[in-house]
Design a protein around this ligand. Sequence first.
Ligand code: KIV
Length: 273
Amino acid sequence: MSVHSSANIKRITTHTLQEMKLRGEKISMLTAYDYSMARIVDEAGIDIILVGDSASNVMAGHETTLPITLDQMIYHASSVVRAVRRAFVVVDIPFGNYQGNSSEALRSAIRIMKESGAHSVKVEGGSEIKESVLRILSAGVPVMGHLGLTPQSIYKFGTYTVRAKEDTEAQKLIDDAKVLEECGCYAIVLEKIPAALATKVAETVSIPVIGIGAGGGVDGQVLVMHDMLGITQEFKPRFLRQYADLQSVMMNAFKSYIADVKAKDFPNESESY
Ligand code: KIV
């Protein structure tokens, strides 16, 4: 394994992302949770890597994102940061480490930045977490917001269906996007909301809006890596475009290996010392 060089690579920053919105260039974002995957997706040219708390689902096998801890997020984030030469790395602050206590929010953000080397943090919610957002920003840590279907609130919603279909919730979402922009957030993720509403938000705020299940009228797109690669097969929402069927590829490779070992075909002479 080699240590790859970062010479002549121009890093993505919050300014790059803002410029991309201004010139209408769409922003690409994917999740990653470990060194090897982050290295591949960074070399492919992704703009933003999200160390999402979806690690709780796809890495740890939990049903929701709630159980993952700050220490676990920092472990995933530091592995990703070691791999990345170009992409901007944003890390979810996990459930329970920022809501309702801005001092704790600041402490969590500082731990993530200091211990993982990431470039920014992401938090879920609008006006109700304004104090925490402002406190984190006061320390010079860039904050990405997340509105719509916010998975840390799944027990409040009770279902993973599309959010903000009703006028009241849609208006609150627009107001919350403005609050996050006024606070100084550099971008907002909108998850699983009607495309027309997402487009309206992207036209209303001056900061980049990245969608997942929010249509094509926003400034960029994000997907969970394991879902778009077809490693997870049980999760197939309408918004997910599957770019590979890695579960089949991996299953075939594992089965061939097992068969070769059983048949005493592996290792052969050229694979031995
Ligand atoms: O944790 C995550 O992967 C996310 C994306 C779904 C945006 O927050």
